[in-house]
Each structure stands twice: as structure tokens, then as C-alpha cells.
Design a protein. Structure first.
Lengths: 142, 334
């Protein structure tokens, strides 16, 4: 399913709708270049999951944790990682075992890290402010 | 009181010896930047491994530099949050072992509190209360420093850190990593009005919050448009315009907060404080508003262990020590 958004706040709103009923344990692999709205989408996910959290870029810390009940959100950023091996070095399997929703920015940097049951969300810049967001798997938002 | 302090939250491994929170006897730093330049960013696994290799060597060297022995150490302080978790853990575990072996207290220090405390090393006369803008690759926040260990966040970035905006823009512009210095150097040769970049507006109830993600996106758009149309990119102009936009946001928010809260003293901390445009703008704004500006020298702006020893002293006085069960955290409130 492909969606078009025309602003950062629309991207955020789409993320909120997407994550509202997302089951715990879901892995969301985000793909797309710098400035495509990935962090904005995850900020929306946090809101949709009812988490009262200031979602900021996890580029520096690799992962930010937003605790919630019943679902926590683990926000990963693979921007500075060089391969799937390094994802395991930072404790990826421990996060999976905790049953939260894992949103992974720059998934293109960790090919082969997922087992095929992830939801892929691809961001494409079609204009300065417009984005085409394609989801493979996950909830139907129509 | 002599404190042995350790910092390993990102790509710098550092060990220092600081007396009574103010006097630096040794300040050893091993930078991994050369390693990371190969990869265009900090690589966490490499960071942790490299910290492990050099931390004990640095500690021995710090003692030699200071002309002291292990028996002279009264406490051990370390950064325990926030940072790359694997990297922070190396420093925490080294500090735990050292404290245990020496039979002295262990003091956990928040990395950003350390950056704020770098000002105490540079300015013996500076005491709280003051307003402090902490700007680095991973953080951008404005802190109300009421006391040495009593502080709160007035505003912060809603998305990317200011340093991250420089790093990512530099990468798109082909200037390498880390991006702060090349952008600054190039920007000084350019016209700061060459490109009309957005001043990120933040909506909501937090008047001192900031946003840098839209600025980064604007730079990406400009570079891509130039690539697509074959137009020549004025890189120096773009770098200058970017520095100006970041600086206006940071300086504007800080001066407004100082006015509203009635603070005379304004401190700046963190690696991005090394940016010459931001320094110059702060100097001008403080001169105009009759406020006193504190900006540590370049060496103390980047990650270092002396600042951890400085803050560690005040944390110790406040009774903030930890046992061998101390953990490291990737994220932690100031």
C-alpha cells in the first residue's frame, strides 16, 4: 500500500494511524534517504501508541527506548552501523525478547538482519515536502 | 580531594585527574576520530573495543603526568549516561574496578552535566546559578543550572541535535566526518545569505524547544536540486548560511530564556560550542544585552574526562555515589 503525505505533520499522522493497533513484538524496518521523514513517522508511531514521549533522532545513541504499557517502543537508527553483525552487538535480540515495537531507521544498512516477518516502510521524496510512503505488510489504513 | 575520572560515551576515550573539582592535574584523551573517518561515522562496536584497549594505559599515563600514585586517588568518577551503551559500559566497568581495588567511592556522572561543568575548569569564578546551552552531536538542550547538582531542562531539540545537523549536512555536501569543523571552516569563506534556509519553528507549549531536522532536509534539497539541474553549488555559501541559521536559533532561544529568567551569566558547553559563528554571535548578543558569556576553550568543549572529574566532585559533595551494581544507560534525563 502506498500513501502520499504533503508535510512533516502528515507523515507523523500517518505513523500514528499505522502504530495505533500494531501488536507488541512487531518489527518495522524503515528505508529512505536523509530528510525523508523517518523520525517524524516514528514520532507519530509513539503518539499512536499512546506514549507521552519526546521522540528525537537516535542517530547518536543508536537506540532510544520509550517505555509504555502494554507496548514499549524501541527506536533504532542504523545510520552509523556497517552491517547486521553490529546490530546484534548492540543487543538486538534482547530488545526483540522484550516484546515491544521495534522501529528501525536506515534498515538498508543491516541487510539480512530481519527474519522476513518485519513490516517494511519505504520513504521516497517526490518533492521538497511530498513523500511517497510504501508499506509492505502491516495494518490496512484505508 | 583527588578524583580519577573516566569518559567513554562516544568516540573519545579519556582519563583525567582533577583536584577539588576545579584544578586539572592530568587530562588524557585518545580520539578514535581517525578510525571512524574510514566509516563516515562513529561505529559503536569499534568504539567499545578501542575504549577497552586504551583506558588503562590512559589512567597510568594520567598518574605519571600528574606525578601522583594510585594511593593518592580519593574517588573515581565516570560517565554512566547517556551515550553509546557499549562504549559507556567500558568506562563504567573500569571505574567500578578501580574504585573497588582502591577502596574509594565511585561517583556516577551524567555526560551533559559534565559538559556544563567544563565551565568550572575554564572559569574559577563561575558558580551557579546560570543558564547553560549544551550543544553536541547527540544533544541540544538549554539548562537552568540552579545549583551544582540542581538543574532542569528548559528546552531541547524536538528532533536532531545541532551537531547532528552539521554532521549530516556535511555528509551530503561531501565534506566528511565529523562535519562540524569543515562546515565551520568553509562557512567562514562564504556569504551567509547565499541560501535562504528555514528557521525551524516549533509549535506547542515549550517556548525554548528547537528543531533542526527541517534545516537538514532543506540542505539535502538544495544539494539534490543542484545535482539534478547541473547548477553549481556554492558550498561555502551553503555552509555559511547553515551556520547562520543554526546560530540564530540557538542564540535567539538562549537570550530569550536569559531575559525571561533574569540570568546574568550564560554558559555554552559541548562540541558545537567550538563553532566560530555561534561563538561570535553569542559574544555580540551578550555584549548588547549586558550579560556575561562563558565558553570553555576548544579542548574542554569536546568530550574529555576533566569535565567529568569537575562535576564528579560536586556530585560527591551532594552524596551522589554508587555501589558496584552501577549500570550504564543510553538515555537519561539531566
Amino acid at each position: 500500500m502506498t500513501y502520499t503525505t504533503h508535510s512533516e505533520s502528515e507523515t507523523e499522522a500517518l505513523g500514528a494511524r499505522f502504530a495505533k493497533d500494531l501488536p507488541g513484538g512487531s518489527v518495522v524496518a524503515l528505508y529512505g534517504d536523509l530528510g525523508c521523514g523517518k523520525t517524524a513517522f516514528v514520532r507519530g508511531m509513539a503518539r499512536g501508541m499512546g506514549l507521552d514521549a519526546a521522540v528525537t533522532s537516535p542517530t547518536f545513541t543508536i537506540v532510544n527506548e520509550y517505555e509504555g504499557s502494554p507496548r514499549s517502543l524501541f527506536h533504532f537508527d542504523m545510520y552509523r552501523l556497517a552491517g547486521a553483525e553490529e546490530l546484534f552487538d548492540i543487543g538486538w535480540e534482547d530488545y526483540l525478547a522484550r516484546g515491544g515495537v521495534c522501529a528501525v531507521e536506515w534498515s538498508e544498512n543491516v541487510p539480512g538482519a530481519f527474519e522476513g516477518d518485519e513490516i517494511a516502510v519505504r520513504f521516497e521524496k517526490t518533492g521538497d515536502d511530498t513523500r511517497e510512503i510504501t508499506m509492505e505488510g502491516g495494518p490496512d489504513l484505508c | 580531594m583527588l578524583i580519577l575520572s573516566v569518559e567513554s560515551s562516544c568516540d573519545e576515550t579519556a582519563v583525567a585527574l582533577v583536584e577539588n573539582g576545579r584544578k586539572v592535574l592530568a587530562d588524557e584523551i585518545f580520539s578514535q576520530v581517525a578510525l571512524h573517518q574510514l566509516y563516515g561515522g562513529v561505529v559503536p562496536e569499534i568504539a567499545a573495543r578501542s575504549h577497552l584497549e586504551v583506558v588503562t594505559l590512559l589512567a597510568d599515563r594520567a598518574l605519571r603526568t600528574a606525578g601522583r600514585t594510585r594511593a593518592d586517588i580519593d574517588a573515581v568518577a565516570c560517565t554512566y549516561a547517556p551515550g553509546l551503551i557499549g562504549a559507556v559500559l567500558v568506562g563504567v566497568n573500569f571505574a567500578k574496578s578501580a574504585a573497588l581495588a582502591l577502596g574509594v567511592p565511585l561517583i556516577p556522572v551524567h555526560h551533559i552535566r559534565g559538559h556544563i561543568a567544563a565551565n568550572y575548569l575554564a572559569y574559577p569564578e563561575l558558580e551557579p546559578p546560570f543558564l547553560c546551552l549544551a550543544i553536541s552531536g547527540g544533544n541540544t538542550l538549554l539548562a537552568d543550572v540552579r545549583g551544582y547538582t540542581d538543574m532542569s531542562v528548559l528546552g531541547r531539540t524536538r528532533d536532531d541535535a545541532a551537531g547532528e545537523c552539521f554532521d549530516k549536512s556535511a555528509r551530503v555536501m561531501g565534506l566528511g566526518y565529523p562535519g562540524g569543523k569543515p562546515i565551520d571552516d568553509l562557512g567562514r569563506q562564504g556569504d551567509d545569505r547565499a541560501y535562504d534556509l528555514p528557521r525551524p519553528a516549533v509549535h506547542g507549549d515549550d517556548p525554548y524547544d528547537m528543531s533542526f531536522s527541517g534545516l537538514k532536509t532543506a540542505v539535502v534539497n538544495i544539494v539534490h536540486h543542484a545535482e539534478q539541474t547541473g547548477a553549481e553549488l556554492d558550498k561555502a555559501g551553503l555552509a555559511a548560511s547553515l551556520c547562520r541559521a543554526v546560530s540564530e536559533t540557538l542564540v535567539g532561544r538562549t537570550m530569550r530564556a536569559a531575559e525571561a529568567l533574569g540570568y546574568k551569566n550564560i554558559a555554552v558547553a559541548g562540541g558545537v560550542a567550538a563553532n566560530s559563528r555561534i561563538r561570535a554571535d553569542f559574544e555580540a548578543a551578550c555584549r548588547k544585552a549586558g550579560r556575561t558569556l562563558f565558553v570553555p576553550p576548544l579542548r574542554l568543549c569536546g568530550d574529555n574526562a576533566a569535565m567529568i572529574g569537575a562535576q564528579g566532585y560536586y556530585e560527591y559533595l551532594a552524596g551522589h555515589t554508587a555501589g558496584p551494581d552501577l549500570n550504564a544507560y543510553a538515555t537519561m534525563e539531566l
